[in-house]
Design a binder for this molecule. Structure first.
Ligand code: HEC
Ligand code: HEC
Length: 237
């Protein structure tokens, strides 16, 4: 698409010069110098290089939008939120419950990014660049549920969401308060694990405490319903 617009605009430029033959500039040189500038635009984002080099790709997938297992998609979130979570996970401020294999949920990431000697493999500057890169990447695609929700369930989920979550996570879970995470279209299992970790006050970092009173009384069934519903909201629309 970009290339096409480029070609059209060069064609327009060239024809403009042809139409004005008295001009001293040769349209041919104009066109070729525009060509020479093209590769510059394609320069790789420094955060992308780091994203690949620091092994984030292995778990969070291409552009942060194709995470493996029940790991979160990390693309298209507010830059500040991303940077803060990375720092909090690496410093141990953010921890998680234990998964079905008995491993703490944040341990794959700390295991990959902290050496056995305790040295963190990403600097604050790396984190800044990666967070900027990820915030600019398109969100992940919706992963369809094995059993789609019924209309009745969707209606109930919307009602519950509106009553309990919308004030902070925004309309349709798409427009949260500044620097709060977008929870629409996130991995279902991840959403459910996080809501439970908040309910059980295991996740304590950042501004999460404001969510405690809201989730305190949610039942397992309601948490499952919210996780299913939110995971099916398509952010690309
Ligand atoms: C070995 C797997 C693994 C690697 C490598 C990894 N992560 Fe993670 N990451 C995870 C897991 C698992 C979680 C979720 C932890 C939880 O459930 O509490 C996570 C959470 C996150 C979050 C928080 C998401 C949110 O919505 O709150 C961000 C941001 C993140 N990772 C970015 C990165 C970046 C950037 C890198 C590379 C520098 C990276 N991760 C490397 C596994 C990994
Ligand atoms: C009073 C504001 C508030 C309300 C209401 C609220 N949340 Fe949150 N929520 C937050 C904040 C703030 C964070 C991020 C905290 C941080 O900075 O670490 C968050 C994080 C989350 C996360 C983790 C996202 C991620 O990527 O890791 C999930 C999931 C979530 N909220 C779901 C919900 C659901 C479901 C509801 C309704 C039942 C809800 N929240 C209601 C403020 C709120």
């Amino acid at each position: 698409m970009k290339k096409l617009t480029f070609m059209i605009s060069t064609a327009v430029l060239a024809s403009a010069f042809v139409a004005a033959p008295g001009l001293p500039i040769n349209p041919v040189t104009m066109v070729s110098s525009a060509h020479a500038e093209e590769p510059k635009k394609k320069k790789r984002h420094p955060g992308k290089r780091l994203y690949l080099r620091k092994s984030c790709l292995a778990c969070h997938g291409k552009g942060g939008a194709r995470s493996i297992q029940n790991y979160p998609n990390v693309s298209g979130q507010p830059e500040k939120y991303i940077a803060q979570q990375i720092k909090d996970i690496l410093s141990g401020k953010r921890v998680g419950s234990h998964d079905e294999n008995g491993a703490m949920r944040t341990s794959p990431m700390t295991g990959a990014l902290i050496t056995p000697e305790g040295k963190v493999r990403v600097s604050d500057d790396d984190i800044k660049k990666i967070a900027n890169y990820l915030s600019l990447q398109p969100p992940g695609k919706v992963r369809p549920l094995e059993t789609p929700l019924t209309d009745v369930q969707i209606k109930a989920a919307k009602k519950l969401y509106k009553k309990k979550c919308r004030a902070c996570h925004g309309k349709g879970a798409l427009k949260p308060l500044k620097n709060y995470p977008i929870i629409a279209g996130q991995n279902k299992a991840y959403l459910i694990a996080q809501i439970n970790d908040v309910k059980n006050k295991i996740r304590k970092n950042g501004k999460i405490k404001s969510m405690y009173p809201v989730v305190k009384k949610l039942t397992d069934e309601q948490i499952d319903l919210l996780g299913s519903y939110l995971s099916q909201i398509d952010r690309s629309k």
